[in-house]
Design a protein around this ligand. Structure first.
Ligand SMILES: *Cc1c(COP(=O)(O)O)cnc(C)c1O
Length: 726
């Protein structure tokens, strides 16, 4: 062999550090001769793969990076003014380098063990405080997966807590001025629960007895700021719960939804210093009133005072956790977006109230400048009261022309289906950008642009006075101390040093995998070429398409399944997606009675919670003390519910790490009784290359990409794929 290829096992030897000596010691202790023998004894023969995985030849880390760069460069980096919930922003470099790119923060585990997680939990408390301040609510969780999920969780929370005469109310009003992606998610989430969505104009909302809740957006999908007070008040007087989807940056200037009377406020914190990343991951927020505190989805960090009178942080309200409530859990949210909420919270700590006000005021003022220019070119702009977004009336001919010229100039606007163009400015927009936009409208209209920039520094926004915030925010001292680089740097380091992460030791916690991502794998995360708006035309995201397509092929090979969805945002959302696929399968066959999910008592708490969300009924199957399924009990329940069996959810290898011998029999039994098998893939790391979900007889599974593959856990940073067998 020439030594040209000497590097090819570099990755495995660098990341799998066991020495021959250590291996021998381990084997001796266990009492086997080789690793192969150990695996043969561990994984039943009947489910082993016959061939090696057919994957590409491994790359060295340097080859990987240059290959990945080639792909990334296929993405076209235009300036995007598309808005709709995603905005370009400046990630302060001190936060980028010391949190996002720092394994001390991105390898931490979920903060179950308070004494080694005080730093992370303080950062999360900062995030929660920022959210409650800006939204005007009393309590907030430590993040959710995305805005749509947060809005859906508000809907289902209201649905669960409705009482008295409202017990019979099934309608949820949704203003038609909500982001389209949020509406899509609400449609999926409402249907299995029997919730009827009524999507209409605000003024059509009659607050009838058959409504239990309502959702509004502020500023809305068009970018218009509507005073919601009267709507929220009227709903309240009729015992209808209200949620407002909102935008944190606009709330810096605007009267908060809490002051207007909302019961819950949700949204996305992406623009607080987190790159757009073609749609995520970002931390969504969820804030509500104290009265709902036992029903809040996700995790909440609370403060306890110890015997010496010192503050200590801990995960609070554990009673809501799925692990205890099981099929009475209020939601299936487990891993959320901690690393990103830590970043968003630090962004607020770094800028403080005045810094944020400057940023928000600049955005709003430049939007006013844009409006002045647009009107001077005789275009009609629809939004009477706006923060960062204009909605411009055009003819369909103008729309096509503007799109052409804008793309030629590397600018993306939002093109509504009707003849409107949306333009949303952000923290990165400069006066020159506004002029670039205006020049496009000028070119298309044939009118010359007349705009006076003499008094540009006195430029003001025009948000109506009664919508302007008068209440305080970010007055806590943490938001008033760390506004210089050295101070925030030391603060972040101080918090990091309180915590245990993979930079200190292995973390032997949890049933799922904790792995150290290779630094090389993390490097592309912060490349500017990866920072695309999720709604750019697909020809600008060719690099991403190629990456997603390759991943699709590889994960199909690894799971044995035929198709993958990359939509779910976490393992639990993968469960939900998979169960919804199973549900659709039975409905398609005309079996609308098949709604029983068999779930072993040792299953992760998200399993029963997801089944309930998918409209199923949970029947618990007994397990022995090792967490193995009690086959006789399974058989009995299976036969008893044969007529109505939807599926079995099974974790493989089990939560206790065992590859149960009977797995093929178990899956057969389910199939014979007309059900499908859902495999919880949280422990997929134990299967890769040795067996797969298809071989064990499963039909659908999810993969927790932050557990088995190279997404950082980061104190709970999720992004997963759900698989399905077609
Ligand atoms: C982690 C885990 C889940 C939930 O996955 P998230 O990504 O946290 O939503 C489900 N089942 C098992 C066995 C797990 O370990």
């Amino acid at each position: 062999m020439s030594n040209i290829t000497f590097n090819s096992d570099e990755f495995s030897s660098r990341h799998n550090s066991i020495s021959k000596q250590e291996e021998n010691l381990m084997l001796k202790q266990i009492g086997v001769k080789s690793v192969d023998e150990l695996i043969n004894l561990t994984i039943p023969d009947s489910i082993r793969l016959e061939n090696d995985l057919n994957l590409e030849k491994p790359k060295t880390e340097n080859e990987f990076l240059s290959h990945f760069k080639t792909l990334a460069l296929k993405n076209k980096k235009y300036k995007s003014y598309i808005g709709t919930g995603y905005y370009d922003c400046f990630t302060p470099n001190v936060i980028k380098r010391n949190i996002l790119e720092n394994p001390g923060w991105y390898t931490a585990y979920t903060p179950y063990q308070a004494e080694i997680a005080q730093g992370r939990m303080e950062a999360l408390i900062n995030y929660q405080t920022m959210v409650t301040d800006l939204t005007g609510m009393e309590i907030s969780n430590a993040s959710l997966l995305d805005e749509g999920t947060a809005a859906s969780e508000a809907m289902t929370m209201f649905f669960r807590v409705r009482k008295g005469s409202k017990k019979k109310a099934f309608k949820f009003f949704v203003s038609n001025k909500i982001f389209p992606q949020t509406i899509e998610l609400l449609k999926t989430r409402s249907e299995p629960l029997g919730i009827e969505l009524v999507i209409d104009e605000l003024d059509k909302f009659n607050c009838g007895d058959d409504y239990f809740g309502a959702l509004f957006q502020y500023p809305d999908n068009d970018g218009n700021i509507v005073d919601l007070s009267s709507y929220l008040e009227k709903a309240r007087s009729k015992s209808i719960f209200t949620c407002v989807a909102s935008d944190l940056m606009s709330l810096v200037l605007l009267k908060s939804p809490g002051e207007m009377g909302a019961d819950a406020v949700v949204g996305n914190s992406q623009r607080f210093g987190v790159p757009m990343g073609y749609g995520g991951p970002h931390a969504a927020f969820y804030a509500t009133k104290e009265e709902f505190k036992r029903h809040i989805p996700g995790r909440i960090i609370g403060v306890s005072v110890d015997s010496a009178g010192n503050n200590a942080y801990r995960m609070a309200l554990q009673t809501r956790e799925q692990h205890i409530k099981r099929d009475r859990a209020t939601s299936n949210i487990c891993t959320a977006q901690v690393l990103l909420s830590v970043m968003a919270g630090m962004y607020a700590v770094y800028h403080g109230k005045d810094g944020l006000k400057k940023i928000a005021t600049k955005i709003a003022s430049l939007t006013q400048l844009l409006e002045n220019g647009i009107s001077s070119l005789d275009f009609n702009q629809e939004n009477k009261n706006f923060f960062d977004t204009l909605k411009i009336k055009v003819t369909s001919e103008e729309k096509d022309k503007i799109k052409k010229v804008a793309e030629k100039n590397h600018l993306n606007f939002r093109y509504f289906e009707t003849d409107y163009i949306g333009i949303s400015l952000d923290e990165t927009t400069q006066v020159s950008d506004v002029l670039d936009i205006l020049n496009i409208f000028s070119e298309v209209s044939g009118k010359s642009l007349e705009i006076n920039l003499d008094n540009i520094d006195d430029l003001k926004h025009n948000i109506s006075a009664n919508q302007i915030r008068s209440s305080e925010f970010l007055s806590h001292e943490v938001f008033n101390k760390y506004h210089t680089e050295h101070e925030i740097l030391r603060y972040m380091k101080r918090l990091e040093n309180k915590d245990l992460s993979l930079v200190h030791s292995m973390i032997s916690l949890g049933s799922c995998t904790m792995k150290l991502n290779a630094t090389t794998e993390m490097i592309p995360v912060t490349w500017e070429e990866m920072n695309l708006h999720p709604f750019v035309p697909t020809d600008q995201a060719q690099g991403y398409s190629e990456m997603i397509n390759s991943l699709n092929t590889w994960l199909c090979e690894i799971t044995g399944f035929s198709a993958i969805s990359f939509q779910p945002n976490s393992g639990a959302q993968g469960e939900y997606t998979g169960l919804m696929v199973i549900r659709a399968y039975h409905l398609d066959k005309g079996n609308d009675n098949r709604n029983i999910a068999l779930i072993p008592s040792s299953a992760h708490g998200t399993n029963p919670a997801s089944a309930i969300m998918a409209g199923m009924k949970v029947v618990v199957v007994a397990c022995d003390k090792h967490g193995n399924i009690d086959y006789d009990d399974l058989k009995e329940k299976c036969e008893q519910h044969s007529e109505n069996l939807s599926c079995l959810m099974i974790t493989y290898p089990s939560t206790h790490g065992v590859f149960e011998d009977k797995i093929l029999e178990v899956c057969n039994l389910i199939h014979e009784n007309g059900g499908l098998v859902y495999m919880d893939g949280a422990n997929m790391n134990a299967q890769v290359g040795l067996t797969n979900p298809k071989n064990i007889g499963a039909d659908v599974c999810h993969l927790n990409l932050h557990k088995t593959f190279c997404i950082p856990h980061g104190g709970g940073w999720a992004r997963n794929g759900a698989n399905r067998c077609s």
